[in-house]
Design a protein around this ligand. Structure first.
Ligand code: ADP
Ligand code: MG
Length: 335
């Protein structure tokens, strides 16, 4: 390791507040590897996401915002499993040793890391085209993991928060999306309040960690919505060998989405757009009341948007009961 590399690790990662102590972290940054003490009655839950400049965020994006988003999308995967954040590691590829960029990037990780008690315990850094790989480690209760399997006919299909904001935000920030012109803004000049709302939705998605842990034992199946409801709910129904009937008129949208898009655009953003990082959870009728009261107590907006059925596939209906035509635009990176 070069002196410059050591200095970067020391300044921005080891001594920046990110490498804080926590029970179970026997050894963090500084040795050849970290040492973690996993409690005997827990499962270690791991997930990784790679973000590449020019693909997942613009080169010019605020480094603090990218950092926050990179950690948030990883934590969202832990939420989707019902796991508690434990710690994370960071693989960083940077084109140059730019101290103000690194300072801002490291600062952007700090808030979420502290908020979710998830210290940085190691990583790697190398020179090259800007990209960020984060791996989070979480702890799951053995008998309360949330998986994609387990959805049963009769389950209500719930989503947290609002749908479509991620894809509408991409259009508002000006990042070209796989949806091309499908998600159209009514007017390119968004009101300032909407602009701010969408920037926050994109760069600071809120991982639903606490809520997922609170309701994990009440949920039959779940996933986080990173690639659009159609594709992600598709994973649940496929893994669970069931189907789903959705009521599109029940889909929850933000005020800003209502303000800036047509109904048709919003629906496409919800079904096929990505980056919402809300949870989609299926809950049996037996547990639905308790599930809804957990959400009310935690002040989490949840909406029941449909029902799991035995017949395979995803069907959508509008308020009058008429079928809504859908086809699969879910994001496929390599298509
Ligand atoms: P090695 O040469 O053995 O791979 P490194 O020089 O890459 O070790 O890293 C030295 C220490 O710094 C290790 O503990 C490693 O986990 C940590 N580290 C390296 N890069 C990062 C990073 N981007 N963020 C956090 N820790 C890092
Ligand atoms: Mg080594």
């Amino acid at each position: 390791m070069s002196h410059a590399e050591f200095e970067i690790i020391r300044r921005y990662f080891r001594d920046s507040g990110l490498n804080f102590n926590k029970p179970g972290i026997e050894l963090g940054i500084g040795d050849d590897a970290a040492l973690l003490n996993v409690p005997e009655d827990r499962l270690l839950c791991m997930s990784m996401d790679v973000l590449v400049a020019g693909v997942h965020f613009p080169y010019s994006a605020d480094p603090a915002m990218i950092a926050n988003r990179a950690l948030a999308v990883n934590l969202s995967d832990l939420a989707a499993m019902g796991a508690e954040p434990f710690c994370f590691t960071l693989g960083l590829v940077i084109p140059e040793n730019n101290s103000s960029w690194l300072d801002s990037f490291s600062g952007g990780l700090l808030h979420l890391a502290q908020h979710f008690s998830c210290p940085l315990v190691g990583g790697d850094i190398t020179e090259g085209p800007l990209s960020i790989a984060i791996q989070v480690q979480g702890l799951s209760q053995i008998d309360a993991t949330i998986r994609r399997t387990g959805a049963s006919p009769g389950d209500g299909v719930y989503v947290t928060g609002c749908l479509g904001d991620g894809a509408i935000a991409l259009a508002s920030i000006g990042i070209r999306s796989h949806l091309g012109g499908l998600v159209e803004l009514i007017d390119e000049n968004l009101p300032d309040a909407c602009k701010q709302y969408f920037a926050a939705a994109y760069y600071q998605p809120e991982p639903r960690i606490e809520f997922a842990r609170q309701c994990a034992s009440l949920v039959n199946a779940g996933i986080d919505i990173s690639d659009g409801l159609f594709g992600d709910l598709g994973h649940i129904v496929e893994s669970s060998d069931v189907g789903v009937n959705l009521q599109t008129h029940l889909f929850p949208y933000s005020d800003s989405a209502h303000c800036c898009t047509t109904a048709e655009s919003r629906l496409k953003a919800a079904l096929y757009g990505g980056d919402d990082y809300e949870l989609c959870l299926t809950v049996s009728a037996e547990h639905s009341l308790e599930f809804e009261s957990v959400a009310a107590e935690s002040d989490i907006r949840i909406t029941c948007i449909g029902e799991i059925v035995a017949e395979q596939g995803i069907r959508c209906f509008d308020g009058s009961g008429a079928a809504v035509q859908i086809d699969d635009h879910a994001y496929e990176h390599f298509l």
